[in-house]
Design a protein around this ligand. Sequence first.
Ligand code: AMP
Length: 606
Amino acid sequence: MKNDSFRILTINAGSSSVKYSVFDTAANRQLVHSEIERVASVEEAMRRIPALLKEQGVTELNAIGHRVAHGGAKFREPQVIDSEVIKDIEDCVPLAPLHNPPALAGIKVASDAWPGVKQVAVFDTAFHQTIPERAFTYAVPDAWCKTGLRRYGFHGTSHKYVMMRVAEELKTPVTELRIISCHLGNGASVCAIERGVSVDNSMGMTSLEGLVMGTRSGDVDPGIFAYLKRTLGLTVEQIEDALYKESGLAALSGLGNDMRDIEKQAAEGNKKAQSAIQVYAYRARKYIGAYAAVMGGVDVIAFTGGIGENSASMRKRICERFDYLGLDFDEDKNVNVKLTDSEAPQIQRDNSRVRVIVTQTREQWMIAQETARILSLKQAPAETLPPIPVAVSAHHVHLTETAVEQLFGKGHVLHIRNQLSQPGFWAAEETVDVIGPRGEIKNVRVLGPCRPANQIEIAETEAFKLGVDAPVRLSGDTKGTPVVTLRGSAGSIQTEGLIVAKRHIHMNTKDAEARGLHHGDQVEVAMHGGDRELSFRNVVIRVDPRFVTEMHIDTDEANAGHIEHSGAGELTPAPGCTAHITHCHTPAGVAEQSCCLNDTKKKEAA
Ligand code: AMP
C-alpha cells in the first residue's frame, strides 16, 4: 500500500443486511460500496467480505470502522475497540436488542479476518450525548432510571453529517446556526442542533420513539401496553414486536412501508394512503415546531433520508404554515430538487429568514471520517506540556456605557478596583443587584472595561434563585437571552444578557500552537489539585496573542470538583489547581472537515 493511502473499511451490520464500503481517506476517495442482503446470519455475511473485497481489488486495510447503534451514556466519541469497549457494547444490548448484537458479531468476525488491523466503534448515540438532562430524562421512578432508562437519540452520524454539510453550504460556522435536521428514511428522526451540538432528538431510549417510520410507530401512549393486554390479551413482547415491525406507514396505509407506493395510491384516491401521509407529515411538523421552541428559533430546516431527499410533496406538507417562524417556502425550487451527488440545494424564497436545505446523507463516509479522526488524534503528551492554571469565575456583570450611567448616575465612570489576570480587564468597585421573577442576587461585581452589550454571568444554581432559565453561552453571545432587572446605586434597568458562561480556556496563540489547538476547538480537561478530581468536557478554546493561558470555570463547576476559590465577583486563581487537556473533540474540527466535503464527494463519484 502506498504511503499516501489510508484505507478504511466501514461496516454497518444490521439484522437483515450488511452494508460495507472502503474509503481511502488520505485521497478522499470511495473505492467500494456494497451490501449483502437477506443474510442467513451476520457472521456468514461478514465472512464473505474479504473475498468480495479481493475481487474488487482491495487486499490491504489500515482500519475498520463499525456502526454501533447504542453506546449508552458512556460514549460521546468513537472508540478504538478493545475487550473493555466490547464489554461496554454488550452491556448496551438490553437498550438495543435488535441492533447491538449484529454489530458485535461484525466486530468479532472482522477481528478474526483482519487480525492486527485497528477497529473503531462509531456510535449512533454519540452525537446526542450533549442533549441536556431536562431533555433526556423520562419522568419515571428513580429505580428505573438507575438501570439506564433515559432518552439517548439515534441517527447521530447522519445528523452530524447534515450539520456539517449545511454549515459548509451556508459558509457559516456551526456555532452560529440553529438547525433542525430531519432524517426521513425507513427509520426517521428529527434532531435539534443548536450551535454545533445536538440538544434533542425525537428518538428516545430506543429507536422507536418519535416520528412515524416505515414499520415503526413512533410516539404512542405508554398506556397502550396495559390496554392491549386487557382487550386483546397481547404480551409485552408481542406489542413491542408489532410496534417495531407492523406499525408506522405500513399499518396506516395497509400498502407496505414504501412512500412511493403510498403517494401513488393517495393520488389515485386511496383514503388510507392519504391518511398515512397526513399523519406522517403532521408528526414531523409537530416536532419541528417543538424544536424551534426548544432553541428559541430556527435558522435551517434540513431534509435527508429516502423520503426527505426524494419526496417534494412530503417536504411541502411538513413545511406548511411555518411562516410564523420566518419561513417562506418556494414550491418551484422544491419540486425541482434532483440530488445526484453531494448538492445541498436551498428551497426557500430569497426573502425567507429560515433556510430549507435538502441533502443526501452519507453515514458510511462519516464512519470512515470518524474512524480516521479518532486514530489520528494527536494526544499531546501531558508530561511534556505545562498544565493549565484554573481560575474560578464568580458571578459578575459587564455593562455598556449607557447602562453605567443609568445605574450609577449621569456622567458616571467605573472605578478600577483591581486588575484581572487577562491583560486589559479589571474588576470595578461598583456592584449591582440582579433581580429575577423569584429572587435576587445582591452585590454582583461589575467588570470593566465597558462593552457593546450588557452581559450577566451567573452559575446555574443561581438561575434557580432568580427563577429564570439561563442558557449556557460563550461570552458575547447574548442574543435572545432572558431579561432581568439590574439595580445600581442611582437607578434600575431591565436588560437581556443573562447567561451561564460556557466553560473555556483563554489560550495564548503560542500555547495553542504547541498543543495543535485552534480557536473554537473543544477539548476535554482533567482537573488536578482539588480533593475531588474530575474531567470537564466541551471546554471551548479561545485563542488570542494577548491572552494569558488560563481555564475559567464557574462556582458550580468549582464546587463539583472541591476546587477552592476566594472572593466574589471576579476571577480568582484556584490555589494549586491545574488542568491537563486530555482529549480534543471539536466543532472547529467539524468545520475543518466540512471544507473538503464537496471535493471528496466529487472524487467519490468520479
Ligand atoms: P432510506 O431508509 O433512507 O433508504 O429511505 C427509504 C424510504 O425512502 C422508503 O420509504 C422509500 O419509499 C422512500 N423513498 C425513496 N425514494 C422516494 C421517492 N422518490 N419518493 C418518495 N419516497 C421515496
